[in-house]
Design a protein around this ligand. Structure first.
Ligand SMILES: [Ca+2]
Length: 322
């Protein structure tokens, strides 16, 4: 074989090797990708299963606790104090349960009277106080209150500072929509209220929640933390921010037993004409679950409400990472 032929053969072989290796890399990548995808699908279904099981387990745990500690749920209750760890098919699961009742329920802005949603004046007084503490202008506060009530109530007559379907479905509003005529499902719905858009969203996010009941505002004093001074102060006409801070600083880890016990601890404070109810236990809980498996992470937040006979119901569920 002449040297030039040898050269051609060598180059051809090298080219073939190059071609084969790129094909191998291509197949390799595809294989890895499909392997990764299969693993992800497996992780997804493992997560979904685990979330549901954790919800059921937590529900039972809370139910048991409510049965034994009917009148008091405090910060040092093991249910709230400790995280729970599980391992399922090699996946690490961390669960944290917290009291989800400590916020101003935006749906408390109304109460049901003769089958109609009407303003709950105690709640609006509380909302006015917390938004004033947050330095929101008075006229914006009035607009927020009237626009939220109009959005929830069945009628189409705008309140003094409110807006009804004529506005939301009119030429100035895009996309056109109708008012809800129902309680809010999530505080995110407040983002579509024009007056709320005028203020910093973090103010609403920090202080409000949407629970599926139009009852008076109620909080569990025993699980409040040091950052809840605005919330606590907003429940009473005569409790200042400083007094609220003082109370929060002095909540025993084991909690107060009842209203008399609570008031006796702060004899100089005026708790008259409360805008809402101070409770010492809670019937609304949040379950936070995080799952780690190899490179994958997923999490879920479920809210549960416990009604008569301590039957628990899921009221909302958010999944991330799957
Ligand atoms: Ca309306």
């Amino acid at each position: 074989m002449s040297s030039s032929t040898k050269g051609v053969v060598l180059i051809s072989i090298l080219l073939i090797v190059l071609l084969l290796s790129s094909v191998a890399i291509l197949f390799g990548n595809k294989y890895l990708l499909s392997l990764k995808r299969a693993q992800y699908i497996e992780f997804q279904s493992l997560s979904l299963n685990a979330f549901r099981n954790i919800e059921a387990l937590s529900k039972e745990k809370i139910k048991k606790e409510l049965r034994f500690n009917k009148n008091k749920i405090s910060k040092n209750n093991p249910l709230l104090k400790e995280s729970f760890y599980y391992n399922l098919n090699g996946a690490d699961i961390v669960v944290r349960i917290s009291d989800a009742s400590n916020c101003l329920n935006i749906n408390s802005i109304v109460l049901i009277d003769n089958g109609e949603f009407v303003e709950n004046k105690k709640s609006t007084a509380s909302i006015k106080k917390i938004l004033s503490l947050e330095e929101v202008d008075n006229n914006v506060i009035e607009e927020i209150i009237d626009q939220v009530i109009d959005w929830i109530d069945y009628d189409s007559n705008p309140r003094a500072n409110g807006l009804e379907d004529y506005y939301y479905s009119g030429p100035l509003h895009n996309p056109k929509e109708y008012t809800g005529m129902r309680l809010m499902v999530s505080i995110e719905e407040l983002k579509s209220i024009p007056a709320v858009k005028q203020i910093d969203w973090s103010i609403m996010q920090k202080n409000f929640c949407a629970l599926p009941e139009a009852n008076q505002i109620s909080i569990n004093i025993n699980t409040l933390n040091i950052n809840d001074d605005y919330l606590l102060s907003s429940l009473f006409p005569n409790i200042s921010l400083q007094e609220a801070k003082y109370i929060l600083d002095n909540i025993p880890d084991s909690g107060f037993d009842d209203l008399i016990n609570f008031k006796n601890n702060f004899p100089d404070m005026n708790f008259e004409d409360a805008y809402g109810e101070i409770k010492f236990n809670s019937n609304i809980y949040e379950i936070n679950t995080e799952i780690n498996f190899e490179d994958f992470v997923s999490s879920s937040i479920s809210k549960l409400i416990f009604e008569g006979n301590n039957n628990g119901f899921i009221i909302s569920r958010i999944y991330n990472g799957i």
